[in-house]
Write a protein that binds this ligand. Structure first.
Ligand code: NAG
Ligand code: NAG
Ligand code: CA
Length: 275
């Protein structure tokens, strides 16, 4: 556990452009919006998109594949993603802000794989869409109820929303679904709500939800949680209302340990907790 905490603290320090600015937590998700550039992987996972598919993913969401220059402009304001994706004109690369041993060969800049001759190779995608519809938010209150965009009206097509919840270090987030109605299909490919037990939509995947059954309550392992809502181009539904409340970590987890000499609690950051 200590190793995990140390590792996540290390990761956090690495990405110096991340963190709190003007009271808003900036991680890859929030920076994405700022520059109009965002990273997408296939709904079936990492490195699954051919060039044509990557192009279609961005166009589906009302944008297009980012150019190298757009990706570089985003990188300059802190957009850092450790996954290679298609750009415009069949180029592949990824933006590195802080050099790390495990990503980007220790360099910063766009790690450029060049223009690929084989367009059937499978990578992620970097899309550009400065006019993407905004929804979602960052919550730090000890409790809050949030709703799908437009609720109680039906949500719209082609939405991409992120909600990021960050409560006090040492607390957990307890999500309760109050209303839930999202276009139903067997694999939740059309519209879905995804929940991540982490500060981004890469780590800590908890589940993908659609249909009109109320999902069970979810409790985070750490003090952060991310929800991502994606809708496709047709068929909408009633949407959702979700409440979260904070829970203090159970006292028995303290194991008699309190503070380290740095004054930081050394227990239960959660798998992807941040300080
Ligand atoms: C192109 O890439 C795909 C996927 O990696 C591979 O299966 C295929 O053999 C490659 N084609 C050529 C001509 O190298
Ligand atoms: C930890 O803190 C609690 C309350 O602040 C205190 O009662 C307890 O004795 C402390 N335990 C240790 C091992 O310092
Ligand atoms: Ca739909």
């Amino acid at each position: 556990m200590i190793a995990l905490i140390f590792f996540s603290a290390l990761l956090w320090n690495k990405a110096q452009a991340w963190g709190f600015k003007d009271g808003v937590l900036h991680n890859s998700i929030w920076l994405e919006r700022a520059a109009g550039v965002y990273h997408r992987e296939s709904r079936s996972g990492k490195y699954q998109l051919t060039y044509a598919e990557a192009k279609a993913v961005c166009e589906y969401e009302g944008g297009h594949l980012a150019t190298y220059q757009q990706l570089e402009a985003a990188r300059k304001i802190g957009f850092h993603v450790c996954a290679a994706g298609w750009m415009a004109k069949g180029r592949v690369g990824y933006p590195i802000v802080k050099a790390g041993a495990n990503c980007g060969f220790g360099k910063t800049g766009i790690v450029d794989y060049g223009i690929r001759l084989n367009r059937s190779e499978r990578w992620d995608a970097y899309c550009y869409n400065p006019n993407g519809k905004e929804c979602g938010g960052v919550f730090t209150d000890s409790k809050h109820v949030f709703k799908s965009p437009g609720y109680p009206n039906e949500y719209e097509n082609e939405q991409i929303c992120y909600w990021h919840i960050r409560v006090k270090y040492g607390q957990r987030i307890h999500l309760q679904f109050l209303e839930f109605d999202v276009e139903d299909d067997t694999a939740c490919m059309a519209d879905f709500l995804e929940i991540y037990d982490s500060y981004d939509d890469i780590n800590g995947f908890v589940g993908r939800f659609c249909g009109d059954e109320l999902p069970d309550d979810i409790i985070s392992t750490g003090n952060v949680m991310t929800l991502k809502f994606l809708t496709d181009a047709s068929v909408t539904a009633g949407g959702f209302q979700i409440r979260y409340i904070t829970m203090d970590m159970p006292s028995k987890s303290n194991d008699g340990k309190n503070m380290t000499s740095q004054g930081k609690p050394n227990f239960l950051s959660g798998k992807f907790g941040i300080m």
